[in-house]
Write a protein that binds this ligand. Structure first.
Ligand code: PRP
Ligand code: URA
Length: 209
């Protein structure tokens, strides 16, 4: 079973603290989410496969490494996951992008799927599922289940802030999927919001509060 990877880089820690602050406005929040996603993506993609390619420099012919295999797919969970896509595309500009629509019922806190469109040949791609928040874990658990149902086999998940309940539920539901977490918070409150957390990530990214 893959161990959950918790980010240790000081830049990620600092930017997450800025993200948490109530005084951080929409444009700064969006920028931070994208930057954190890029820094986390750098770690989560550190073992991408390479192959040798023949190229020509201005000096001579040479054999050098390039990325191998089908282009990875980044799959944000709507809405808030959309805020992380730009950060991953900054690393892999030609990655494919899928979308999974999921919202949490405000009363039951259970996820409800409303959209799913994945790139073709999903079974041959590294799939990076992104969502800033892992609270109960329900949304990420169902999103990964849907990707597996459609054939996805090489799946990794990235969230910026996680609650212990969400990490436990996710690793139990998908012990084969590597989870990358920016920071592990204390607990969930009675509305299943992460504490201390950062509030409603979707509302803060899109200014819909
Ligand atoms: C938030 C967040 C996750 C989910 C996490 O989305 O972006 O998708 O809640 O909670 P869970 O781990 O308990 O499932 P939300 O449902 O608020 O939708 P939104 O992104 O459209 O605001
Ligand atoms: N979704 C959010 O956006 N924030 C939380 O704290 C929990 C779920």
């Amino acid at each position: 079973m893959p161990e959950v990877v918790y980010m240790q880089h000081p830049l990620i820690k600092h930017k997450i603290t800025m993200l948490r602050q109530e005084s951080t406005g929409t444009s700064e929040f969006r920028k931070l989410v994208e930057e954190i996603a890029m820094l986390m993506g750098y770690e989560a993609l550190a073992d991408l496969p390479l192959r040798d390619a023949e190229i020509r420099t201005p000096i001579e012919d040479t054999i050098q490494p390039v990325l191998d295999g089908k282009k990875p797919a980044v799959v944000p969970i709507l809405r808030a996951g959309l805020g992380m896509v730009g950060g991953i595309l900054a690393l892999i500009p030609n990655a494919k992008v899928g979308h999974i629509g999921m919202y949490r019922d405000e009363e039951t806190h259970k996820p409800h799927p409303y959209y799913c469109k994945l790139p073709p040949f999903i079974e041959d791609r590294l799939v990076l599922v992104v969502d800033p928040m892992l609270a109960t874990g329900g949304s990420m658990i169902d999103a990964v289940a849907e990707i597996k149902k459609q054939g996805g086999r090489h799946i990794r998940c990235m969230c910026i802030v996680a609650a212990p309940d969400g990490v436990e539920a996710f690793t139990k539901a998908h012990p084969d999927v590597q989870l990358y977490v920016g920071v592990l918070d204390r607990c969930l409150n009675d509305r299943c919001y992460i504490c201390p957390g950062l509030g409603d990530a979707g509302d803060r990214i899109f200014g819909t509060k």
